[in-house]
Design a protein around this ligand. Structure first.
Ligand SMILES: [Zn+2]
Length: 306
């Protein structure tokens, strides 16, 4: 369903009861037509004239943002320079997702599934789970401005943390910011990839607050026009609470596996991947706490308050 935000700028809601493994996308009708993110699914994208779309931008390379891109035949696609290789090469994609950490963190009895993104098995999603090869026409960088005609201009805003090349898009004149997976959902920030980064996530939320948009659209929640700053604050607080818990636990020495066993973030098994993501969250919190000098590695793989 298309939901207009301003003249020529709409969100395209997935035609599904849940916003995962889908994402909310942006449809822009300037002189040139453009789409931001491609995870709305076939039913939703059938609402628009796909062949008329000339430009496409990815917020980042996660399958719920890319899976329906192949429905667009006349499009030039752009994504972050930082993630460029991961669209082209399966090995680079696995590196981006951090699957090389699997062997380091996971017990031998739980192998990495051959297709880690099994949630994509769905007739409305036009690809099979696993690596999706996408040919990019070029890359985007922070502050880059894109003119689409009819007075519509968007600016790429580098918002890393969720992933290394995570971008938002800002329509300054209209005061609309699309924040991608900085989505103010109840589960809080997600940073389970190899390239995720807690410090960057905190800074990116701060950057959105400084932009102070009048409308904040994001990938898995309906657009907000009020209480945007409090929503961002309570969303980020979930990450900060986890970090404080890790810091408290590190009064005594812990390994990453021991920290993850406290289930800091996930207490359910929906994706098969939660155990792994718990490890990655613990790993990223420890990395951040070491960056700010609050924690040290007392022996190899064992961490404690400094
Ligand atoms: Zn994502």
């Amino acid at each position: 369903m298309l939901m207009p935000l301003a003249r020529g700028i709409s969100v395209l809601m997935p035609d599904a009861p849940k916003f995962y493994p889908y994402c909310i996308c942006i449809y822009i009708a300037g002189e040139q037509r453009a789409i931001i993110d491609f995870g709305a699914g076939q039913r939703a994208f059938n609402e628009i004239d796909k062949d008329s779309i000339e430009l496409g931008f990815f917020t980042h390379n996660h399958p719920d943002h890319t899976h329906s891109a192949l429905l667009f035949k006349n499009i030039s696609l752009y994504a972050a320079k930082e993630e460029q290789l991961s669209y082209r090469n399966e090995k680079e994609y696995f590196k981006l997702r951090g699957f090389e950490y699997w062997k380091r963190f996971m017990p031998p009895g739980k192998p990495l599934p051959e297709t880690p993104d099994t949630t994509l098995q769905n007739p409305d999603i036009p690809v099979e789970p696993g690596f999706i090869k996408i040919d990019l026409a070029g890359t985007i960088t922070d502050g880059q401005q894109i003119e689409l005609g009819r007075g519509i201009r968007l600016t790429a805003v580098y918002l890393p943390g969720h992933s290394i090349g995570h971008y938002g898009f800002y329509f300054e004149k209209e005061g609309i910011l699309f924040g991608g997976d900085i989505d103010t959902t109840r589960g809080g920030p997600w940073y389970g990839d190899g390239c995720s980064n807690v410090g960057q996530f905190i800074n990116s939320v701060q950057r959105i607050k400084e932009i102070n948009p009048g409308t904040f659209a994001s990938s898995h929640r309906r657009p907000l026009t009020e209480k945007i700053i409090p929503s961002l604050d309570s969303y980020l607080q979930i990450l900060l609470d986890r970090e404080n818990r890790v810091y408290d636990l590190l009064k005594r020495p812990h390994t990453i596996a021991q920290l993850a066993a406290y289930h800091l973030a996930f207490d359910y098994n929906l994706f098969y991947m939660e155990d792994f993501w718990e490890m990655m969250y613990a790993h990223h919190h420890v990395q951040h706490l070491m960056e700010i000098g609050a924690v040290t590695e007392v022996e190899t793989g064992v961490f404690q308050q400094a």
